[in-house]
Design a protein around this ligand. Structure first.
Ligand code: SF4
Length: 425
């Protein structure tokens, strides 16, 4: 993987603040509740919040969904009713009906924040009421100044104080902690490969059961699988974990570099890494080749939405040959993005934050072949004849790892192929 000199060859970052077109952090409940089936996410919000997560999750297909909304009515919002009493009553009913719930997340929303409902205090109170039965935690999924992936960052930060301390003895075995939700099958394959490299003690945050939290301490090496976990990473570092700098595991080369960075942190010889991973990379590159034919030379404009933008742009330029016109991200965490930033082509224009109108003006002036954007902007752009890819689809798809790289390329090739089929029709 060629490494380009970072920031000094980049044009100045465009910083924007203005009208935003993003989902709020409640959206991440959709993947978190699947990940931890013994947890329940209780949104304390309005009917709008309830509608958002129901439509983000699709039609409710679960007889007993693992999320719900405690709806704040007009009387609560006007301060005429005691929302705390109502919340306690609802939680007691829920726990009586659902004995399998082990962890209850109270998820704050814009309405609960507007009326200054203190969910940290509510969680404390409920923990006393239901001690030994359930652990009650809280975090904010509010849409004020957040992006939808930050919901996961908030949920994981709520779990960190409950993680046991790892043994502090100097000879204690080191463990690798993978940070961020991955599809179970993808995670199994990555852990299996890390085992083949020689890393045996691998834990994940979030775990698959909310009560089986991994330990953390000075012997923990943290490898982030998702780039939107700034707060989680800092909290784990504060608990003694050491962050492994690596590109995110998107694409064949990106995933190889991710695993190689972990192997280096565990003192594993690069020759062994090459022997295990290179045949897989070669197979993956052969699978990517047909999509690369469609993608190479095409001009990509990336609007900020999920915080996956920079690693995706790195994959699409370095492994698929796309030309990057602008890469927007809601927030730029230079520490967590350092390895991916260093792999972007020199001269890549980055932007941070959102001002929809200004971004659309730049986009239209540059006439991209493909735009990666949020759901709300896709239809208007398609109507103008510009092919789009929804960034939220990538958050819900199993795109991480060497084996998934061709599927990831295909997700971007598909809208271009569809558009060219339409133009010949
Ligand atoms: S938390 Fe805020 S942005 Fe999200 S659905 Fe509720 S009101 Fe809307």
């Amino acid at each position: 993987m060629a490494v380009n000199a970072p920031s000094q060859e980049m044009p100045p970052l465009i910083k924007e603040s203005g009208q935003r077109e993003v989902f709020c952090g409640l959206t991440s409940i959709v993947w978190l509740h699947r990940r931890m089936p013994d947890a329940f996410f209780l949104v304390v919000g309005s009917r709008t919040c309830a509608h958002l997560i129901q439509s983000a999750a699709g039609v409710m297909i679960f007889a007993e969904p693992r999320f719900g909304t405690a709806i704040l009515g007009e009387r609560d919002l006007a301060g005429l009713a005691d929302a705390n009493e109502e919340l306690d009553r609802l939680v007691a009913q829920l726990l009586a009906r659902r004995p399998e719930i082990r962890t209850l997340f109270l998820v704050g929303s814009c309405p609960s924040e507007v009326i200054k409902l203190d969910l940290a205090k509510a969680a404390e109170r409920l923990n006393v009421q239901h001690r030994g039965r359930v652990t009650v935690l809280n975090y904010s999924g509010s849409g004020i100044e957040t992006t939808f992936t930050q919901g996961e960052d908030g949920a994981l930060q709520a779990l960190i104080p409950l993680m046991p301390a790892a043994p502090a003895e100097p000879n204690a075995a080191q463990q690798l902690l993978i940070g961020g939700t991955l599809a179970d099958g993808v995670e199994d394959r990555l852990i299996n490969l890390l085992g083949k490299l020689g890393i045996e003690r691998v834990k994940t945050l979030p775990p698959r059961r909310s009560t089986e939290l991994p330990s953390v301490g000075p012997g923990t090496k943290l490898l982030l699988a998702q780039p939107y976990l700034s707060g989680t990473a800092r909290a784990l570092i504060d608990r003694g974990a050491e962050l492994i700098e690596a590109p995110y595991p998107l694409g064949a080369l990106g995933s190889r570099a991710w695993m190689a960075a972990a192997a280096a942190a565990f003192g594993i010889a690069p020759e062994h890494v090459a022997a295990v991973l290179d045949p897989l990379v070669e197979r993956s590159q052969r699978a990517i080749a047909p999509y690369k034919e469609t993608l190479a030379g095409k001009r990509l404009f990336v609007l900020p939405d999920s915080q996956l933008e920079i690693p995706l742009a790195r994959f699409l330029s370095s492994e698929c040959g796309m030309e990057l016109l602008e890469v927007g991200t809601p927030y730029l965490d230079r520490q967590l993005m350092a390895s991916d930033l260093a792999l972007l082509p020199p001269g890549t224009q980055l932007s941070e934050g959102q001002h929809v109108e200004q971004q659309l003006q730049r986009l239209e002036a540059q006439k991209p072949d493909l735009v990666l954007c949020g759901l709300g902007l896709a239809n208007p752009l398609e109507a103008k004849g510009i092919a789009t890819k929804w960034s939220i689809e990538l958050v819900f798809s199993p795109i991480h790892g060497i084996d998934q790289a061709a599927d990831l390329a295909e997700l971007f090739a598909r809208p271009l192929r569809r558009r060219s089929a339409l133009s010949f029709a």
